[in-house]
Design a protein around this ligand. Structure first.
Ligand SMILES: NC(=O)c1ccc[n+]([C@@H]2O[C@H](COP(=O)([O-])OP(=O)(O)OC[C@H]3O[C@@H](n4cnc5c(N)ncnc54)[C@H](OP(=O)(O)O)[C@@H]3O)[C@@H](O)[C@H]2O)c1
Length: 263
């Protein structure tokens, strides 16, 4: 008989989740600590991250720690990885989740906004992945490869209604970066996948949902917004033995919104 608990076991896995202090990153961090993982969270707001880490560790059974970093900055990425390396000899799971959005009419779309979004959502996903490679390469086996999950978006798969040009382009690029990295790193025991969420009620979505929540809900075939369990389940699959033969995939978690937009 196959042991299904073992199939989805991520106990004691060392994980780094960017943007783990709120929103989708927090959903995943909570789920992973509940599953017994050792989770590091990182974002600009060190106070929030430290508070969240303390609360999650108290809840257990896993542990959570915080290392503050502004991932727009290459020097902060290096600092984050150096600090992580002082505490851990290897990294099992990197989740590139931190992200930003900017919407503006095409004529007024600011150059600085475009660069900021592309830098955080795309360039720094590559920079952090690159910086984490020595730790990701330190421990993988054929049965238990290291994992990278990039949080993309359905806006990278279809054209969104809002004028968020840098966001949709950066997410489409992250999906392709995921495929390219998967092809390059598979032989080194590192699997790379993307998760493309639909609508999850977070700070990033708050304004949009306030203005257009009712309309957006009608575009989701399953009739609800995303919940913690939807992303946690997908990420546990991708980081456990269950996902050890999946790499280069973009897994859409959106209640059917993407396909219904194509009908
Ligand atoms: N919510 C959705 O429906 C949805 C849908 C599709 C994709 N996504 C993606 O999911 C990811 C998380 O978004 P969310 O919805 O959870 O949004 P959110 O609540 O706004 O969270 C964004 C996270 O990114 C961090 N962050 C922002 N700028 C940063 C920087 N310069 N350095 C380090 N961290 C930074 C924030 O922490 P600090 O402010 O402390 O830095 C925060 O933890 C993003 O990649 C987003 O594109 C979300």
């Amino acid at each position: 008989m196959m042991n299904i608990d073992e199939l989805f076991n991520i106990r004691n896995k060392v994980c780094l989740i960017t943007g783990g202090g709120r929103g989708i990153g927090l959903m995943i961090a909570k789920g992973f600590v509940s599953a017994g993982a050792k989770v590091y969270i990182s974002s600009r707001n060190g106070d929030v991250c430290h508070q969240v880490a303390k609360e999650l560790t108290e809840q257990g059974p896993g542990q959570c720690f915080a290392i503050a970093a502004d991932l727009q900055k290459l020097e902060d990425i290096q600092h984050l990885v150096v600090e992580l390396g002082k505490r851990e000899h290897h990294l099992d799971v990197l989740i590139n989740n931190s992200g930003a959005n900017w919407a503006a009419p095409i004529a007024d779309y600011p150059d600085a906004g475009f660069q900021k979004v592309v830098n955080l959502n795309l360039t720094r996903v590559f920079s952090l992945t690159q910086a984490c490679l020595p730790l990701l390469r330190a421990n993988p086996t054929l049965e238990n490869p290291a994992r990278i999950i990039n949080i993309g978006s359905i806006s990278g798969e279809t054209v969104p209604k809002l004028e968020m040009y840098a966001y949709s382009a950066s997410k489409a690029a992250v999906h392709h970066l995921t495929r390219h990295l998967a092809a390059r790193l598979g032989s080194e025991g590192i699997l790379v996948n993307a998760v493309a969420p639909g609508s999850f009620p977070t700070k990033m979505m708050a304004e949009t949902l306030k203005r257009e929540g009712d309309h957006i809900l009608k575009t989701i075939p399953v009739g609800r917004f995303g919940q913690d369990e939807d992303l946690v389940g997908t990420c546990i699959y991708l980081t456990s033995r269950a996902g050890a033969y999946t790499t280069g995939a973009v897994i859409v978690v959106d209640g059917g919104a993407l396909q219904s937009s194509r009908m």
